[in-house]
Design a protein around this ligand. Structure first.
Ligand SMILES: Cc1cc2nc3c(=O)[nH]c(=O)nc-3n(C[C@H](O)[C@H](O)[C@H](O)COP(=O)(O)O)c2cc1C
Length: 360
């Protein structure tokens, strides 16, 4: 199968074309440090061509959900170093996903601080998980230009910290309604300065962050994740095709290792202006390799790669439940099913105890 063949991605040779998609597991401690179980969790999955870590907070302000890890204190960097060393020791490759949650947070999780966003527009019709149970979203604080500049510097520092922590590269989380996605979205960005209004202005934040990250990590180690058709977290685009086309053409000018595109299903009747297939629409515009995600199986992943637009497929829940997923694809064996109850938070159950194939 093509999906099991090696691939050159940026600076790194990958042993296959299966990426482990980034998955928040909420098992860090209250200081945002990961521990021994996380080390085992990732090393168990090191047969992936590329592991993309769970989303990692770039700063104290970036944090939106309890028990998610960070990359902004010396202790957090040291904790991740143990994990990257262990992954490398078993021949794995691991990128850090860099996260600023923006308005997708709650003051109960943020030591009393309000979430921040491009504009003071709250998420409606959804609640946020806090240690005190689900809560309505608060109206976020609209960032000043100076504060936006500071956040770009925070991304840059976190990217440098990721390299110091031994990661092979970094992926900007610009998908699923988090801060960069909020700047991209007409529904979340009503700014009237150079970060809002036109498509060029709405794309500016993500591009400036990527530029800063590239400066921090160098050639072929920076990547970005986009979800043009996701409506999660109240994200809406008026002109998604024009906007993401412009964004990808600008990203072509940066020395990236890949663009990670999420082909998220959306209610097509409500969004007639959305492209029916994100990979087919935007993938061919990119001069960087494409990682495709969302809902792929062994067969549909192989077919997507055969089609020639995507170089890799990212698997989320399948990697969560099957630490040896490439081996299972090779042998075409049965798959463990993921347990939803243990996805976020908790201890080792549903984290490091999914069984490997019993090979004779
Ligand atoms: C438990 C869980 C946590 C997730 N956390 C993240 C995350 O931190 N960052 C991110 O970009 N996507 C996150 N996702 C989305 C996955 O990366 C992936 O896009 C999604 O599971 C769809 O891929 P799949 O159909 O192969 O599972 C998460 C998904 C799951 C199931």
């Amino acid at each position: 199968m093509k999906i099991l063949q090696a691939l050159q991605l940026g600076n790194t040779t990958l042993k296959n074309r299966m990426a482990m998609a980034p998955m928040t597991r909420s098992r860090a401690n209250f200081s945002g440090e990961v521990g021994e179980s996380t080390k085992l969790y990732y090393t168990q999955r090191a047969s992936a061509g590329l592991i993309i870590s769970e989303a990692i907070n770039i700063s104290r302000q970036a944090l939106g959900s309890p028990l998610t890890p960070g990359l902004f204190t010396a202790e957090q960097i040291a904790a991740w170093k143990k994990i990257t060393d262990a992954v490398h020791a078993v021949n794995g490759v691991i990128y850090a996903q860099l996260w600023h949650t923006g308005r997708v947070g709650h003051s109960l999780v943020k030591q009393g601080d309000l979430p921040v966003a491009p504009s003071a527009i709250a998420i409606e019709g959804q609640q946020h998980f806090t240690m005190e149970g689900p809560k309505d979203y608060e109206t976020p604080y609209a960032l000043t230009k100076a504060e936006i500049e500071q956040i770009i510097q925070d991304y840059k520092k976190a990217a440098a910290n990721a390299i110091e922590a031994g990661f092979d590269g970094v992926e900007l989380h610009a998908a699923f309604g988090y801060l960069p996605n909020q700047f991209l979205a007409d529904s979340a960005n009503h700014r009237t300065d150079e970060y809002g209004g036109s498509i060029e202005n709405k794309n500016r934040f993500a591009l400036e962050v990527m530029q800063a990250i590239c400066e921090a990590v160098g050639m072929g180690k920076a990547a970005i994740r986009l979800s043009p058709s996701s409506t999660y977290n109240n994200i809406k685009h008026e002109h998604p095709i024009e906007q993401f086309t412009a964004l990808i053409l600008e990203l072509n000018k940066l020395p990236l290792s890949y663009i990670h595109l999420m082909n998220v299903p959306f209610p097509a009747e409500q969004y007639p202006n959305y492209p029916s297939n994100t990979i087919d629409t935007f993938g061919p515009l990119s001069k960087h390799p494409i990682i495709a995600n969302c809902g792929y199986t062994r067969e549909t992943g192989e077919a997507e790669i055969e089609k020639g637009i995507a170089s890799m497929i990212a698997y989320g829940t399948l990697f969560l439940a099957n630490p040896d997923l490439p081996k299972r694809f090779e042998l075409n064996t049965e798959l463990n099913q993921a347990d939803r109850a243990t996805m976020y938070g908790g201890a080792d159950k549903g984290y490091i105890d999914y069984p490997f194939l019993e090979t004779k």
